[in-house]
Design a protein around this ligand. Structure first.
Ligand SMILES: C[S@@+](CC[C@H](N)C(=O)[O-])C[C@H]1O[C@@H](n2cnc3c(N)ncnc32)[C@H](O)[C@@H]1O
Length: 328
């Protein structure tokens, strides 16, 4: 359940269906409204009884007399932060640990900053600003900031903390935790392989109990987006929406990332044959259908990847056996 769902329930309990919320231009306006209320930036108040363009609790824009006005006011609110926060215990904290910022180039730091901002947008779709924690980096956004992850964890004394780490032994299966840590690491230059493990070793040395989990797609991390904001999105979809991890990855996957994995799958699936002493690689055409349910690729990507690798796409009826050629 997302914060937005709690907000809708609470509003309906109070007979609020139409809300006048000026300047609300967001892709998910109800989620944004809920996150702004939970952060205490705005509340719902009794409105003036004149016709307005309103957002309904079902997400439609209609003209009508609003049941509530969203903004700031001195009068008593009809729905505020306290109405949402008391049901918030199941929402996890997302920590972006930027303690390794010194191993980044200036360009990578700009990208890190951008990814942190995008993570805030993701967090607002599911929760609210104060559920995002940035450590060892001053991002200037309205998330919580701490000098170190250790300080934050010591203050909160959580029971279960998970560090997302691509080389962890255990696989993330959508299990809940009070806090998920993502490495504030951008892989654009140099070799930062294993950098997340350094965060783990440091936390371990400080006596902090953290579990590590790898997000994988059908046995491999290739095909899993590695941007910080997308990792946060996958985790929140799995934990709060109850979405299957594979589906959550698919929803956050770009075609470019999907193509990387497709190439690997095509190589694995292709057959090598020898025709009159010349060696060829074939892949059956229907293989595209097998992968298109879990990799975000289209038919054009399939043909392009096969062609780039010199692999010939053949009709399923033309298997090497039918072609009377021998595999090698
Ligand atoms: C760009 S990745 C950096 C990975 C780094 N090169 C390494 O090998 O540890 C940024 C962060 O996203 C998270 N991440 C990326 N891919 C992941 C995966 N497949 N499983 C778990 N966490 C992942 C990790 O928290 C990681 O620190």
């Amino acid at each position: 359940m997302r914060l937005k769902d709690i907000f809708v329930e609470r509003a309906l309990e109070r007979g609020i269906e139409k809300i006048y919320a000026p300047r609300l231009k967001k892709s998910d306006p109800l989620a944004f409204l809920a996150s702004q209320i939970a952060s205490g930036k705005i509340s719902l108040y009794k409105p003036k009884r004149s016709k307005r363009l309103c957002i309904t609790i079902y997400g439609e824009i209609v003209e009508g007399i609003p049941d509530a006005y969203a903004g700031r006011g001195d009068e008593k609110a009809i729905l505020d932060k306290n109405d949402l926060i008391d049901l918030s215990s199941h929402f996890p904290y997302i920590v972006i640990d930027c303690s390794l910022r010194d191993i980044h180039s200036q360009k990578e730091l700009v990208s890190l900053d951008r990814q942190i901002r995008k993570t805030l947008s993701v967090v607002r779709k599911f929760m609210w600003d104060e559920r995002l924690v940035v450590t060892a980096f001053n991002s200037g956004i309205s998330a919580l900031h701490y000098p170190s992850t250790e300080e934050f964890l010591e203050k909160m004394s959580f029971e279960k903390v998970v560090l997302l780490d691509p080389i962890a032994e255990e696989r993330f299966q959508g299990e809940r935790a009070e806090c998920f840590i993502i490495g504030g690491i951008v892989d654009r230059s140099g070799n930062k392989e294993g950098a997340t493990e350094k965060i783990y070793r440091r936390l371990e040395k400080s006596g902090i109990d953290v579990e590590r989990r790898r997000i994988e797609l059908r046995g491999d991390i290739i095909g899993v987006p590695d941007r910080i904001n997308l990792i946060a999105e996958i985790v929140l979809r799995a934990v709060l929406d109850g979405c299957d991890v594979e589906k959550a990855i698919y929803l956050s996957q770009s075609r470019k990332i999907a193509r990387w994995r497709l190439r690997k799958e095509i190589v694995k699936e292709s057959e090598k044959v020898d025709i009159n002493g010349r060696k060829f690689r074939f892949i059956r055409k229907s293989f595209f259908k097998d992968v298109s349910g879990w990799l975000k690729v289209n038919e054009e990507d399939f043909y392009r990847c096969a062609r780039d690798m010199g692999i010939i796409v053949i009709d399923d009826s033309l298997t090497p056996k039918r072609l009377k050629v021998k595999p090698f």
